[in-house]
Design a protein around this ligand. Sequence first.
Ligand code: MN
Length: 288
Amino acid sequence: MQKNIIKIEHPRQYHMVWDWFRVANYIPGYGREMTSDTSPFLMLDYNARWEILPQWAHRPGVGFHPHRGFETVTIVYSGEIEHQDTAGHGGVIWADEVQWMTAGSGLLHNEFMTADFSRVGGVQHAIQLWVNLRSSDKMTSPRYQALTRSSIPEVLFGGWRVRVIAGRFWDIQWVANTFSPVELYDVRFDYAWQLDIEIPENYTTMLLVTEWEIIVNGKKLENGDMANFARSGSSISISSNAIAKVLIMAWEPIDEPISHYWPFVMNTEVEIRQAFADLNAGKMWTIV
Ligand code: MN
């Protein structure tokens, strides 16, 4: 049985995250509070293709800021993002790569365009997802997984390629360590073709069109549309008439209360206050 589309989101507005990310917020959406309705997805910011002009004396980015209680998954389609965190990790996320950061008990990190990209300019195109952790995992040690271009397995058949960022597709399983079951696929059509994707029942399932347009369960979706699917049903049928890209996100929900204040997502307000106390006491960094 197919998973029906229950809603299509496409915010027609943008905001800037510092001077770097020109994003549209899809989850929770403008004017909405973070809720468990989309669990375990807490936030989705989409930086649609945007031309960055050469920056002569300035390197756009987001300076050091803290997180606790969840994971950030940054998917870069175009651009170069350099990052550093107080748990001792750092590096560059190149085009077609993914940064999977487990904030866990807490860290501070920054994200900047590389010096080269800032100087030359180019197209910036990326997604950042915030994914919740179960209460039992919220205070896990911070962790960083660099999913490089060559390490992301790809299943190719006819006109499509499925890049398995997390989970299992056909018999290909990506080995990313995740705290709860997830299927995360970067699907690319190189020419007209059709593809059926199996998704477990009861997963929170979404599909974002990141290039061109696509037909999902018989309905045409345009670039920037995000479809939300019903929990019931176990397959999605997608097809394209040309080159297209979509991100498929399917995750087992976490049925727990959410207490959220900007950089921290916990279960109770007391834990949020504790997070600020720990931040101020310097417990979220070991190296600065
Ligand atoms: Mn951050």
